[in-house]
Design a protein around this ligand. Sequence first.
Ligand code: HEM
Ligand SMILES: *[C@@H]1O[C@H](CO)[C@@H](O)[C@H](O)[C@H]1NC(C)=O
Ligand SMILES: *[C@@H]1O[C@H](CO)[C@@H](O)[C@H](O)[C@H]1NC(C)=O
Ligand SMILES: *[C@@H]1O[C@H](CO)[C@@H](O)[C@H](O)[C@H]1NC(C)=O
Length: 356
Amino acid sequence: MITTSLVFTALIALSAARPHMRRATCPGGQTTANEACCVWFDVLPDVQDLLDNECGEEAHESLRLTFHDAIGFSLKQGQSGGGGADGSIMAFTDDELKDPANDGTDDIIEKQRPVALKHNVTFGDFIQFAGAVAVSQCKAGPHLKFFAGRPNATQAAPFNSVPEPIDDVDTILARMGDAGFSPEEVVALLASHSVAAQDTIDPSIHGSPFDSTPDTFDSQFFVETLLKGTLFPGNGSNPGEVQSAIEGELRLQSDGLLARDPRTACEWQSFITDHQSMITKFENAMLKLSTLGHDQNDLVDCSDVIPAPDGAKLPDASFPPTLSNADVEAACSATPFPTLSTQPGPATSIARVPAS
Ligand code: HEM
Ligand SMILES: *[C@@H]1O[C@H](CO)[C@@H](O)[C@H](O)[C@H]1NC(C)=O
Ligand SMILES: *[C@@H]1O[C@H](CO)[C@@H](O)[C@H](O)[C@H]1NC(C)=O
Ligand SMILES: *[C@@H]1O[C@H](CO)[C@@H](O)[C@H](O)[C@H]1NC(C)=O
């Protein structure tokens, strides 16, 4: 009895000290960690609509946009390096889209902006919210956290914030390191390229994906990037492109290099057989990315608004039809390449992600 009332008193004291821990019931009947999160239950159906309720082009582009907005952040340059995840790419689109690294983000910015304005939420919050909802729609997707409360941006991010596929590994790791990411975290973030396609590297093949299952947040990307390149899926070699191993699949030069670099190769290879670790490390790195430029204590945890992904159990990663260990360019010297099965049947061509 005494213990119970002590605990009770302690709980009251705690909730008084931290008012934002009080649960709230929203006008729509949902319960959430904080009343400030209620607006996101109104935003959610509009975002799901905008994403066509699938892990397709709009979801992929929304995930990419979380990165292109947030990475405008620099430990070395401080303030002049950009405000991180602040929505600057949506507020100062004319400036930031002059950087060719942001090519291809215009469509999704123009689709998202009116929805953010309709709900009077900041662009920085909206972009990260849409990205978290986007990956929840992918098969076996991660369940990202979402914090709200980023103020509107005050300035555009400078050029050279965003890594490019023509960059070498030194350049990419230096840029990402300047934003606070270790080489292992860079590899974790690149799990995003498991649900990704390109439009701008080879515009003759819009929607050509980076792995064979662009609607699934699986480990295939980490296998397929390590296969020996034999073909260009489109009209030839373009800047930032190297040969891929499967018809229809486009390989970014940067992904090919990161898969094989001694600083990143072992982490890369480890995700082939450890999907759970890939998901967990991606979730952690995305929390860091999505709050760059902010103190998490100034934000409100609205993660309970993000829908849970389907929790699908995936088959083990495997080689595409006709390919095997003989086609692997293994690059982790510490651990042998894992034993994988080969998918049955003749060589396939990977379908493009349809434009929506
Ligand atoms: C580290 C260096 C990175 C480079 C050089 C890079 C480069 C690229 C390029 C060139 C594209 C194709 C864009 C197009 O033509 O439409 C792309 C797509 C994409 N990227 Fe990255 N990326 C990097 C990191 C990331 C990170 C950290 C994320 C997310 C957290 C991300 C998410 C995506 C997604 C989801 C797509 C697909 C977009 C679509 O299908 O429309 N990328 N990336
Ligand atoms: C929109 O949000 C801003 C910043 O929170 C606030 O100052 C403004 O009053 C809001 N506008 C409307 C129409 O609710
Ligand atoms: C954020 O800034 C834009 C202008 O870039 C403005 O239209 C919008 O109302 C602002 N949103 C909030 C919530 O203050
Ligand atoms: C491929 O096509 C694009 C336009 O779709 C063009 O800009 C590029 O030069 C072409 N590349 C080759 C190697 O033909």
